[in-house]
Ligand binder design. Structure first.
Ligand SMILES: [Zn+2]
Length: 276
């Protein structure tokens, strides 16, 4: 019997329940019907028109993405409105769209954890815990941990980027466009915080927890200055690269689910950093 979109959603929500998502977020099945049978699924970071075309060419009935579409309320469904064009195209192609965003960020598939492992951090802990009682599973945003031994910022960053490029195990090559570093290159780094996505708001938390370096994406000017004032360096991977490892993690999670065995999955090769 064919697997339904609803069953796929259940498996994702087993790992990243929808109620974990922030109030402002828009997660879950955003386009389509839970009862639609599914044979092929495209995993992507963003639901761009290019990604939707890729899903169509792949013969997918569903896109599982990290970033939601229809993030702000739609006021019309005109084809010349770029925000409306995405759901309209999905609807025309009969492709469903499922988003796991801030709920996935807090799960064990978060790229903060993957990036922490790539960097080889020890005593890895959550940077900001979100579980509110002792019966709830441990969850939260970002990680913090120690390097094996202190090393100058310059060496830590170079090694990390090399390992990150090597860690890519699917066809789409990571690239380093948009990658930036702020701090003194000779300063020894021992404790590192990592937050996937736009992590500028975690600068105070990382400083409070004594991080020498915060690795994240999309950090604005003022957040970088605050970090430097506090003696913490900032490595900005850009939004895409800081979250791309999550797509691979999601791929492994879904392909290892016994009841989803009949489905063919693919990680999008069309998503990339928009910076040249
Ligand atoms: Zn993101």
């Amino acid at each position: 019997m064919a697997v339904s979109i609803g069953l796929v959603a259940q498996h994702i929500e087993k790992l990243a329940p929808k109620y974990w998502a922030e109030e402002w977020d828009n997660v879950g099945l955003l386009v389509g019907s839970g009862s639609t049978p599914v044979e092929r699924i495209l995993i992507a970071l963003d639901g761009t028109l290019e990604v939707i075309e890729e899903a169509k060419d792949f013969g997918a009935q569903l896109i599982v993405a990290h970033h939601p579409i229809m993030f702000r309320p739609l006021k019309n469904l005109r084809s010349d409105n770029p925000a409306a064009k995405i759901p309209l195209t999905l609807f025309n192609y009969q492709i469903g769209y499922y988003a796991a965003h801030t709920n996935l960020d807090q799960s064990r598939l978060s790229s903060s954890i993957t990036l922490g492992e790539i960097l080889g951090l020890k005593e890895l802990k959550l940077l900001e815990e979100q579980s509110y009682n002792s019966t709830e599973e441990l969850r939260g945003y970002g990680v913090i941990g120690y390097l094996e031994r202190p090393e100058p910022l310059e060496a830590v960053w170079q090694n990390f980027l090399e390992r990150l490029l090597q860690s890519n195990s699917y066809a789409h090559p990571y690239n380093l466009t948009g990658v930036r570093l702020a701090g003194s290159l000779k300063k020894d780094i021992r404790k590192v915080a990592i937050v996937n996505g736009s992590g500028g708001r975690f600068v105070p938390k990382a400083l409070f927890k004594g991080a020498d370096l915060l690795i994240t994406g999309d950090v604005d000017h003022h957040a970088v200055l605050d970090a430097l004032e506090g003696g913490m360096a900032v490595g900005d991977l850009g939004h895409f690269l800081s979250e791309a490892p999550m797509l691979q993690a999601l791929y492994y999670y879904l392909t290892s689910e016994r009841s989803l065995q009949g489905i063919e999955f693919k990680v999008s090769s069309k998503n990339a950093s928009p910076w040249l």
